[in-house]
Every structure is written in C-alpha cells, then in structure tokens.
Design a protein around this ligand. Structure first.
Ligand SMILES: [Zn+2]
Length: 465
C-alpha cells in the first residue's frame, strides 16, 4: 500500500493535462495517494533530486467504465463461425456456469492485471454472477463480489463494484417475462428487496466505500432482466450511498421491441418513468435510440458509456455518440466483453463509428475522446477526484512510449492525436495508481507473469467437462 505521507516526484517529457492541452517538462508531485502540485515548463536541469523521469507521453489514469471480467475467457473462441449477440450469450453462460469464488478471483486478478498493463487505473465491474449453481447461496452471499474486490486489490486497481440486480431471464416476444433458467439462476436474488438485502451485507460505509480501493455501485441489468416495479430498491440504494447506478440500455433492437410490447415505451422512457435516470446514472451501450430517448438521456445528465469494440464484435450496431453528447450526456468508455482490452481503441472507434455513419471526419476531437477515457470514466464510476493530473486528484499516471513502431515520429503538437488514433495498449510502459507503481517498463509489478496468469485461469474454464 502507498505510504500516506510519502512524497514522490515525476518529470514528464510531455503530458496531457485535461482542459489545458499538452505541455512539456511537467513536474508532478504527490503525497501518498494524491497529487499535490503540477508545474509545466520545468526543464530537465531543474528537476529536484530523486525525481523520476517519464519519457514519452503521459496521460492521467484511464477508467474502464464497463467490465464483465469473466467474459475475457471467451476471447477468440467465440470468433469461429457466425451467430448473433444471442448465440454469443449461450457461450457466455457456459463459462458463467463453471466459475466458483476461487476461480473467479484467479481469473479476475489476471484480467485486471491485463487492464493495468493497458493503462487502466480503475474498473467498473458490472457484476451479476452472485450465487452458486442453481441459485444456492454461498455462506457469505457476497462471496463472488468479494472475490472481485480482492482481485482488483491484488492487481493494484481501484474498483467500483456495480452490484447488478438481475431477476428475469428476459422478455418474450409477446412481452411476458421469462423465468431465470440454467446459468441465469446464479444471477437472481428473487426480487428487488432480496437484492437490496444482499447488497447491504457488503457493508459499505455511509459514503458507499467498501475499502480504500473499492466503492459500491449498483446496476439494473436491463429492462429485460428487471421489471420496473422492482427497480425501486436499486434506485433507493444509489441515493442512500451516493452510489453510481449503471444499466444496459438499448443494446439490441430486439430489446427495444420487447420493451415496447411489454410496457408500451422504449427502455430509456421506462427507466425515466421509474426515476432511474440522472447525473449519477450511466446508460451502457445506448445504441438503438429514438430522438426522444436521446433527449431524455441528455436532459437528465445521464452518462452514456459506449463499448465500441464489443458493440462491433457482437454486431450490435453503432451508437449515436455525437448526438448523445450534443444532448448533454457525458461520454465514458468500457471494454465490456473484453474482446480486446484497450481503451485507446475504444476511444478511436467512437470517432470512427461516427465517420462511417456520417461520412464526415472529426466529430470528436482527440481531447474529447481522451476525456471520455479518463476524467469522465472515473466520474461515472463515483471517483470524481480521479482521471486528471491536477492537485487533489488521485496520483494516477499512464506513460505511453513514443519510440514504438506505431508511434515513432509523433510530434509534440499532435501527440495526443497520435496516441488516440494510432496508439495501443501495447505502447503503455509506466502505470502509477494512487501513488503506487503498478507497471514499470511494460511489466506488471504485482502480478508476475500476466499472460501465464490469464492462460492458467482461462484454459480450465474452456476444457471439456
Ligand atoms: Zn455489459
């Protein structure tokens, strides 16, 4: 853990300071977990003794605002052949059916370590795999959630545990609810009150904190999985702790159609009627929206979390990112199914999707995309004091090498554009999280061999029974 009083200094050759652009020679100082001073324009010769040089380009920590850690096991194996979101979901349930607290910890630790290597300093884990096979309760009914908290601690990340209410298996074509079945039985808490009772046992403090590195968040899986009359306890829990509230929203046209049949309104409208939208709420995907939906989300200050690599991977579609931000929605980014773990790719694809749909370039400036990956992502996970290199913020730093084949030739005046539009997770060299060194020279300092850890966790989950 970080010594609360330890003073550290870094000197970044180039750094992006949100709202202030790119500066050279940035002296960054921290005490314990927080930055205390940031001074651009300091020459190398004026560095105080003991200052660590950050060669390359330094960004604030990135926030992965939407993760399902266990989906990482599916990477590659779901790419053969054809199918849809719905056939992919069947494979995902097979993996979900095999996980136990110990294997979940092992897998999530490795996945979060992969995230740290990619410059991610905080993860929003949308967690619904709560119970044992058939829905049987573990001795501690939050054992699976606690495995995720421990995994983040061991990998050096902050986490918001978005504990997810998931009560139904879906809506049938005629709008009637479908009971949970198979692996889904592990997700359910009976009703909203049952969910709230279990979440209270996680023991958040009055501010919703679960530990120094962890805070409680809440989630409504989707309108498919939670009827509107059961959303109240989730919304109340968000209000009680000031906790972020996340929900999958209009990822698929079939979800919209079922919602219209069942309730006569779109998912965004249903959430609004239930009182679920607002500045603490994040709508994940927000892909298939009407003009009225976009207005509702914007007017309520709801954040839109796009997951463009997953949305492309699952053939979901391209969300109206620019229309959402124009309506007033902050934008954040997530790697969701972890088809890849690379927030620079998520940022880039957000703009590329706009280009493909609109026939125009430059809907989003690189700075706006970087803000989505950093400060806005942290804010929607309940960490408004993170994602910026500024006094008082969490001391998170991500340094990208500029001497890689992808980024060689980057110029100081357009380095942020180079990194957003051509950089990758593989270019990340140094990661500091809450004042603690987590990645140095591209190696994770807490998880010895991340690829081996991933392989050891994933292979048993995919082997034949
Ligand atoms: Zn998701």
């Amino acid at each position: 853990m970080t010594d609360p009083g330890a003073v550290r200094r870094w000197h970044a050759d180039l750094a992006w300071l949100p709202g202030q652009g790119v500066h050279s020679g940035v002296l960054i100082e921290a005490a314990g977990r927080y930055f205390t001073a940031v001074t651009p324009g300091v020459s190398a010769g004026d560095r105080p003794p003991g200052t660590v040089r950050l060669a390359g380009f330094t960004l604030p920590g990135m926030a992965n605002a939407h993760s399902h850690a266990f989906h990482r096991a599916l990477r590659g194996v779901v790419q053969a052949g054809q199918g849809t979101f719905w056939t992919w979901r069947e494979r995902m349930y097979q993996v979900a059916g095999r996980l136990q607290p110990d294997s979940y910890l092992t897998l999530a630790r490795a996945v979060y370590a992969e995230m740290a290597l990619a410059g991610i300093t905080c993860v929003g884990e949308f967690h619904y795999l709560h119970h044992d096979t058939g829905g049987a309760r573990y001795g501690d009914p939050n054992e699976m959630g606690r495995a995720l908290l421990e995994a983040a601690a061991q990998a050096g990340l902050r986490i918001t545990l978005l504990d997810t209410c998931y009560l139904r298996g879906g809506l049938s074509a005629d709008g009637s609810p479908v009971a949970l079945s198979g692996a889904q039985e592990r997700f359910g808490d009976g009703d909203g009150a049952g969910w709230a009772e279990r979440v209270a046992q996680l023991g958040p403090d009055e501010h919703g904190m679960l530990d120094a590195h962890a805070r409680a968040g809440v989630a409504i899986h989707s309108v498919r999985a939670v009827p509107p009359d059961q959303m109240g306890p989730v919304i109340a829990c968000s209000h009680a702790y000031g906790a972020p509230l996340h929900a999958h929203l209009s990822e698929q046209p079939a979800e919209n159609e079922a919602c219209l049949t069942a309730y006569g309104v779109t998912p965004a409208c249903l959430f609004e009627q239930a009182g679920a939208l607002g500045p603490r709420t994040t709508a994940v995907h927000a892909t298939h929206l009407s003009g009225d939906d976009i207005e509702l989300l914007g007017d309520t200050g709801t954040t839109a979390c796009l997951c463009p690599t997953t949305e492309a991977d699952l053939a979901d579609g391209i969300g109206p990112a620019r229309a959402l931000t124009a309506a007033g929605c902050p934008l954040s980014l997530g790697s969701d199914s972890h088809a890849v773990v690379d927030l620079l790719a998520e940022a880039r694809l957000t703009e590329m999707g706009e280009r493909l749909v609109s026939g125009r370039r430059g809907s989003f400036r690189a700075e706006e995309l970087a803000e989505a990956a950093t400060v806005a992502g942290h804010a929607c996970l309940g960490w408004p004091q993170a994602g910026e290199i500024a006094p008082g913020a969490f001391a998170d730093l991500v340094t990208v090498a500029l001497d890689t084949p992808r980024l060689a030739g980057a110029q100081p005046g357009s380095v942020l554009e180079s990194v957003i539009f051509a950089g990758s997770a593989a270019d990340v060299r140094t990661v500091v999280i809450s004042g603690r060194d987590v990645v140095a020279e591209g190696r994770h300092l807490l998880v010895d061999d991340v690829p081996a850890a991933l392989d050891a966790a994933i292979t048993p989950l995919l082997s034949r029974p």
